[in-house]
Design a protein around this ligand. Structure first.
Ligand SMILES: *[C@@H]1O[C@H](CO)[C@@H](O)[C@H](O)[C@H]1NC(C)=O
Ligand SMILES: *[C@@H]1O[C@H](CO)[C@@H](O)[C@H](O)[C@H]1NC(C)=O
Ligand SMILES: *[C@@H]1O[C@H](CO)[C@@H](O)[C@H](O)[C@H]1NC(C)=O
Length: 387
């Protein structure tokens, strides 16, 4: 029995429609990863700094913002996996990790974490991230409140690792803080990467204050120091090592700053230099400057919070600890605690960087101890940025 010609044609047509519909359905669903190739809708901010330079505080300023997904020191995982390596050798691994995390692809941590089930608490300092303490990562707190580490930790540490990706995707800004970058060359591809909108906040601090603070936290920095020193650790005497490390840090700050100056203007606008001391003197103005740079609103509850933590009205457990005058006092502490011989030696290894960043050198013990001498210069670059 054969179908009449018309019916056969109709059947064929119907068949085609079904195929077409199926194809269309599959295309529109299975090819959904396509939009990933589009320019990112997220803004990426790298807080680039060094140890003991106030970067945890700046990290908190970003991390508490309700539009920000923040992670502190993701590259810690890279460094701790290769403790006998050197900063130089680990640069590219760090760079690639940062890129993946900016794109909210947390599978990159596979390479640096123990096999087996993971929680979000497997991430170094995860509870420093307000985003991992609020939805969609954890329902214990609302997104738009200031959340403290100590409150978050017991309530959110059981969340599975998958929530980290999910949380990251739900924010307009991804902010990472890193102290483990020593040159801009390794970062350059990220600045020009079309899938990223990278902004760099370069946070620096008076090397003499950094040095004093490092002396007081020597134990904590042992593994990092080992990596920064690299092969030099076999050649240098123990007492010379801290100066060598400071030299590496100062040199890298100088080079990063200079490398930025040689970039095209459009890229230069993605860089903001921030001095810790300016932040300590005027936290509200400087915070507003950083938010504006990143395209973030300075909401009233954040203004109150910044005011609170820098004036010592509680909430300062792991940020400035102290009120603004104390923060200033802390940033001056090296002036009466460091012996002038050490200061003098530091000024030799970090002199160029200090001149560039506007930290005046002292030429005697008297000058060092004389607190009426302001050693922070308002340098033309900063005046331009302020105006
Ligand atoms: C600021 O401090 C006041 C007084 O201690 C407190 O009531 C308020 O909740 C704090 N606000 C923020 C946002 O930290
Ligand atoms: C800063 O702290 C030092 C040592 O604790 C103290 O001697 C000094 O008086 C303080 N200065 C100010 C301005 O608070
Ligand atoms: C401290 O510095 C100020 C400002 O330069 C100066 O006037 C003063 O004489 C200095 N004091 C001492 C004890 O050197």
């Amino acid at each position: 029995m054969t179908f009449p010609k018309k019916a056969r044609l109709l059947l064929l047509l119907l068949f085609q429609i079904v195929i077409f519909t199926l194809f269309f359905y599959m295309y529109s669903h299975s090819v959904s990863p396509l939009p990933r190739k589009e320019l990112s809708k997220q803004t990426h901010v790298l807080v680039l700094s060094s140890w003991r330079s106030g970067s945890s505080f700046v990290g908190q300023l970003f991390g508490q913002h309700p539009d920000v997904f923040y992670l502190m020191e993701p590259a810690w995982h890279v460094w701790m996996s290769f403790r006998d390596s050197t900063a130089q050798r680990l640069h590219m691994a760090v760079r690639d990790l940062i890129r993946s995390v900016f794109l909210c692809d947390m599978s990159v941590f596979d390479a640096y974490m123990k096999p087996g089930p993971r929680r979000q608490s497997s991430l170094f300092q995860w509870d420093d991230s307000r985003a991992l303490c609020s939805p969609p990562a954890c329902n214990a707190f609302p997104r738009n409140k200031i959340i403290l580490q100590a409150q978050c930790k017991p309530l959110c540490f059981r969340q599975p690792f998958e929530v980290v990706d999910k949380a990251c995707h739900s924010y307009s800004h991804v902010v990472l803080k890193e102290v483990r970058f020593f040159d801009l060359n390794s970062l350059y591809p990220l600045l020009t990467d079309p899938s990223l909108k990278l902004h760099i906040v370069h946070l620096v601090r008076d090397p003499r204050a950094v040095f004093r603070s490092r002396e007081r936290t020597e134990g904590e920095l042992m593994i990092d120091n080992h990596i920064v020193l690299g092969q030099s650790r076999y050649k240098l005497k123990r007492e010379d090592q801290p100066y060598h490390i400071m030299q590496v840090i100062c040199q890298s700050q100088l080079e990063i700053y200079k490398a930025i100056q040689s970039l095209p203007k459009a890229l230069q606008q993605r860089y903001l230099l921030m001095r810790y001391e300016d932040l300590a003197r005027d936290p509200l103005t400087q915070t507003s400057r950083m938010y504006e740079f990143a395209g973030l609103k300075f909401f009233p509850h954040l203004q109150t919070w910044v005011h609170n933590i820098t004036r010592g009205k509680g909430m300062g457990q792991h940020a400035f600890h102290t009120n603004a005058r104390n923060a200033l006092n802390v940033s001056h502490a090296w002036r009466w605690t460091l012996p002038f011989e050490k200061v003098s030696r530091l000024q030799k290894v970090c002199g160029d960087t200090m001149n560039l960043l506007g930290y005046r050198q002292v030429s005697s013990k008297q000058e060092q101890r004389n607190l009426s001498l302001d050693l922070l210069s308002t340098w033309t670059m900063f005046e331009q940025n302020y105006s």
